[in-house]
Design a binder for this molecule. Structure first.
Ligand code: SAM
Length: 280
């Protein structure tokens, strides 16, 4: 068959040039830390998984770290569903020992996170520290966590021993090291995926009273607030302790003119999820 055959339709079936809306181009944003340091962030132009926006959860969790850098300083950090990876970069700037920043394994998303790491590295002395500390990789919530844990001991032929520079994620010789800090910024809107997020927390968070998953989010669809909050029921059912540590009312919502209660849309809530003492 001839590729150019138009079946006698005289081009009637050809798509007009503007049939598909053009893909929006990538964008850039600058987040300014309390210290005054700007952090430049690339964002993909479009994303079916909502990675094309710098969400308020990422900004507020980054500020929460800067308010008390000991939350991340010297720690091993894993971010899920990171998009731009802002909190991961801020954690690295504040002195995290190792950071693994992840998003859905779409090559464009992973290379975008890597671009943000590389450009941040150029702005922080000594050069090479941020790039050495932060790894970008694809990861789907709930999948095998071993490739994430392997980043904590990259030089070992098998992953049976610890090796993290952090105390709380050292291993007992039979379990791979785990992360001291997990970051979940604005990830609760996919309610069916709550069990997968909890599974990943179970498999990656160091079993210690000092390790913590920071879960910050806004109910951008206020009428689904209860469903968003259902994440913490799943966490408690899995045996975790949950404590609210932040509630910040921003000047304006992320999306102007969205429907629903404006105060809810402007509010970022922050929770800590920890292993119970009985597990440690
Ligand atoms: C609302 S955005 C939040 C992005 C970022 N944390 C922030 O606060 O700016 C949700 C993110 O989760 C990622 N994501 C959605 N479903 C996922 C899944 N099943 N596994 C991994 N990442 C996922 C998306 O690609 C997107 O980056």
């Amino acid at each position: 068959m001839d590729d150019n055959d138009d079946y006698g339709m005289g081009g009637l079936m050809d798509e007009p040039e503007d049939y598909y809306p053009p893909t929006p181009p990538p964008t850039m944003q600058t987040y300014t830390m309390r210290s005054g340091k700007p952090v430049k962030l690339h964002l993909v132009g479009a994303s079916p998984t909502e990675a094309h926006v710098l969400w308020n959860g990422a900004k507020v969790i980054s500020d929460y770290f800067e308010a008390d850098p000991s939350r991340v300083e010297g720690k091993t950090v894993l971010e899920l569903g990171a998009a731009s990876g802002l909190p991961s970069l801020v954690a690295a700037i504040l002195g995290a020992a190792k950071v693994v920043v992840t998003d859905y394994p779409d090559p464009e998303l992973v290379s975008n996170m890597q671009k943000n790491i590389d450009e941040c590295d150029e702005t922080v002395e000594p050069r090479g520290r941020i790039a050495g500390v932060v790894d970008a990789m694809g990861f789907v919530w709930g999948r095998d966590a071993e490739p994430l844990l392997a980043r904590l001991h990259p030089n070992e032929a098998n992953n049976n021993n610890g090796g993290s520079s952090s105390s709380s994620s050292s291993s007992n010789g039979s379990c791979p090291a785990r992360f001291d800090v997990l970051i979940l910024a604005d990830l609760l809107f996919r309610h069916k995926e709550h069990p997968d997020l909890i599974k990943t927390i179970r498999e990656t968070l160091a079993v210690s009273r000092t390790s913590v998953a920071y879960v910050f989010f806004t109910s951008y669809r206020p009428w689904k607030r209860d469903l968003d909050m259902g994440f913490f029921d799943v966490a408690r059912e899995a045996g975790f302790e949950v404590e609210q540590v932040e509630e910040r009312r921003l000047d304006k919502p992320l999306f102007e003119n969205d429907p629903g209660d404006l105060d809810v849309q402007k509010t970022v809530k922050g929770f800590e999820v920890r292993w119970p003492a009985s597990a440690c």
